[in-house]
Design a protein around this ligand. Structure first.
Ligand SMILES: Cc1cc2nc3c(=O)[nH]c(=O)nc-3n(C[C@H](O)[C@H](O)[C@H](O)COP(=O)(O)O)c2cc1C
Length: 280
């Protein structure tokens, strides 16, 4: 097994680096080869929205170190991605990585490689979005999440005061090293993403925001469980992903091209102070 560790923290040897390295040590104990990459060190620029990678299946137009990252992803049989929590969510490094990887949601090149998602956060309860943003990296790419958790620490290195998180990183890393793909984490509200992002909509319907999965709340075993609607597929299922890209995204390119003259004229009208969305 080749296990790749990715840290999305700018603090070298901070808490995220330590948790990711701990997972790699676990994998190493099981005989895996390991590699560690710090995402900020790659200096990846933002997605510029040209859509060439999606519509033309071309390599990214940005001339930076994304190929190095992709080479590491191809080398890996399993991946650990860690992020600090910044302002309730993952770092901008994680979001940037999602955007730069959009082509691979279509290409399905990394499907099936197991992933471990982890977060280092300073204050319990001040990290409601962070873990789902890290796990999203795996869900979007069709990679099964083996575990996902948050460790708590403020100063770089204080994560050693959270032995539960360190032990969990070690154990999850061992599982990756053994080639395990089954989910071993906390159940969570949603049976697909195992996150607690199920909302109750104004009409009373329950919906997992991350998975775009409708369902109902059912009283069971003295508590409430989210039960997905029969036949409903999460947005990550191969069928839903194919439909999204083939029916929604890919046709938008030729449709736009066919209207480009008209749209440019309307932008011109708008720039001149007009309201080209109103019919005359
Ligand atoms: C800009 C910034 C924003 C932060 N926002 C949060 C936050 O919203 N919730 C939280 O729990 N911790 C927050 N923290 C604390 C970090 O998550 C915490 O220090 C973490 O251990 C950093 O991981 P690192 O050592 O790998 O960089 C923030 C830290 C910074 C620098």
């Amino acid at each position: 097994m080749n296990v790749l560790g990715l840290s999305a923290s700018c603090r070298q040897w901070g808490n995220t680096d330590i948790l990711v390295h701990t997972a790699l040590r676990g994998a190493d104990e099981e005989g895996a080869e390991t590699r560690f990459l710090r995402i900020p060190d790659l200096g990846l620029g933002p997605c510029v929205g040209c859509m060439a990678c999606v519509f033309k299946d071309r390599d990214c137009v940005q001339k930076d170190r994304l190929p190095e990252f992709l080479e590491a992803m191809r080398w890996a049989d399993a991946v650990v991605l860690g992020s600090p929590c910044y302002v309730l969510g993952a770092t901008a490094q994680v979001k940037n990585l999602h955007d730069r990887m959009i082509r691979f949601g279509i290409r399905r090149e990394f499907v099936g490689k197991p992933g471990l998602a982890l977060v280092a956060a300073g204050v319990p309860g001040w990290e409601p979005l962070a873990l789902s943003q890290v796990s999203l990296f795996f869900l979007f790419l069709g990679m099964p999440v083996v575990d996902q958790f948050i460790g708590h620490a403020q100063g770089p290195g204080e994560i050693f005061d959270d032995p539960v998180a360190c032990d969990r990183a070690l154990e999850a890393g061992r599982a990756l090293g053994r080639g395990e793909t089954a989910y071993r984490g906390d159940p969570g509200a949603c049976p697909v993403c195992h996150m607690d992002l199920v909302t109750t909509r104004p009409d009373g319907a329950a919906h997992c925001l991350l998975c775009d999965l409708p369902g109902t709340w059912e009283d069971r075993d003295g508590g409430r469980r989210f039960v997905p609607a029969p036949g409903a597929e999460p947005r990550w299922s191969p069928g839903s992903m194919r439909h999204h890209f083939e029916e929604r995204i890919l046709p938008s390119g030729p449709r736009f091209k066919a209207r480009i003259r008209e749209i440019r004229e309307r932008i011109g009208q708008f720039r001149a102070g007009g309201q080209p969305w109103k019919s005359v």
